[in-house]
Structures are given as C-alpha cells and as structure tokens.
Design a protein around this ligand. Sequence first.
Ligand SMILES: Cc1cc2nc3c(=O)[nH]c(=O)nc-3n(C[C@H](O)[C@H](O)[C@H](O)COP(=O)(O)O)c2cc1C
Length: 176
Amino acid sequence: MNQAIENMKTRRSVRKFKADAVPQELIGQVIEAGTFAASGHDRQPWAVIAVTDEDVRRRLSQVNASFFDMDVKDPFYGAPVVIIVLVKKRTPTYLYDGTLCIGNMMLAAHSLGLASCWIHRARQTFELPEWQEWLAGVGLDMTEEWEGVGHVALGYAAGDLPVARPRKEGRVFYVK
Ligand SMILES: Cc1cc2nc3c(=O)[nH]c(=O)nc-3n(C[C@H](O)[C@H](O)[C@H](O)COP(=O)(O)O)c2cc1C
C-alpha cells in the first residue's frame, strides 16, 4: 500500500506514554508538517506552542483536568510534550484550519515513530485570563483574538498501538 495512506490508516490515539524525552529535531519536524496544512486563502492563522517545560506542562494538565466533572489524574497521559494549537478567531475558516494543522501533526508524528493524541479543552484553557497572560509572555500578538483549538500530546507509546475500530458503514457514497 502507498506509504502515506498506510500511515493514515495505522495512526492511532495513544493514551499511555513513556517518560522518554522527544528529540527537539523530531518535535520541529512534527510542527513544521502542521504548518504545511491547507488553510482557507492560505491564511495560516495558527500559532503552535510546544511545551516541554515540566512546570508549565503540569499546570496545563491541572487546568485541563479542572474542566472534567470527575477526577482525572493527567489528561495528557504522561506525554512529555504538549503541543498547543491556537488560531486567530477573526479568520472565517479558523476552526477548520486549526483542525487540519493538528491532523497533519498527528500523521507526521506517527510517520516518525512517535505517538500522539488530540487532547481537547484548549478553548476553555486559553480563555482564562492567566493563560491569556501566559500567551502574551510566550510572544503571541495579543492584539489578535486567539482561540485554543486543541493540544497534541506527543511522545513514545508505552506498549503497542491500539487497533482501529471498524469504520462505520453506510457513510460513503459514490454518485457516478
Ligand atoms: C476534536 C477531538 C477531540 C479529542 N479529544 C480527546 C481528548 O480530550 N482526550 C482523549 O483521550 N482523546 C481525544 N480525542 C481522540 C479521539 O478519542 C480519537 O481520535 C478517537 O477515539 C478515534 O481513535 P483514533 O484516533 O485512534 O483513530 C479527540 C479527538 C478529536 C478529533
């Protein structure tokens, strides 16, 4: 099978990571692949922040867990890297663009032997004043309105990749 298609079909969301650090070079490759995603009018309205700092990662985990109404230990499943994707909210296609950026990164990660999982609740996190302040500290242009699209938990899988569930039937149509 074509390698790119094989990669798409074998990528899985991983929910158990080794603590091993990911080389910066690989993190860079994953992010670069994300920034090559298609976007409406090629506006590339995203900002991507890779967090490996343990304290920030812990605080991201805590705030993410706070949006659950049950006890969650670490919504990032121990992944050593958390990649945040935000998009300029005033861009008409911002949500589609940000989503595609994340999709590219997850596929790139898999092709490099890395594991990933989309972790939600970025919108809620980056609506909080303290996290808005943090974004300003990172260097984002805060004259823009940024919305968190998602996080990518990134690292090395602890154990085998999960097996994909069967694809739903009756969802694909050919009109010839
Ligand atoms: C928009 C979106 C949000 C998601 N949020 C989470 C999340 O917060 N936590 C999580 O463990 N998985 C999350 N996932 C992963 C999905 O649960 C996963 O993609 C789905 O179960 C299919 O599994 P697969 O990715 O292995 O094909 C999210 C996926 C998407 C696309």
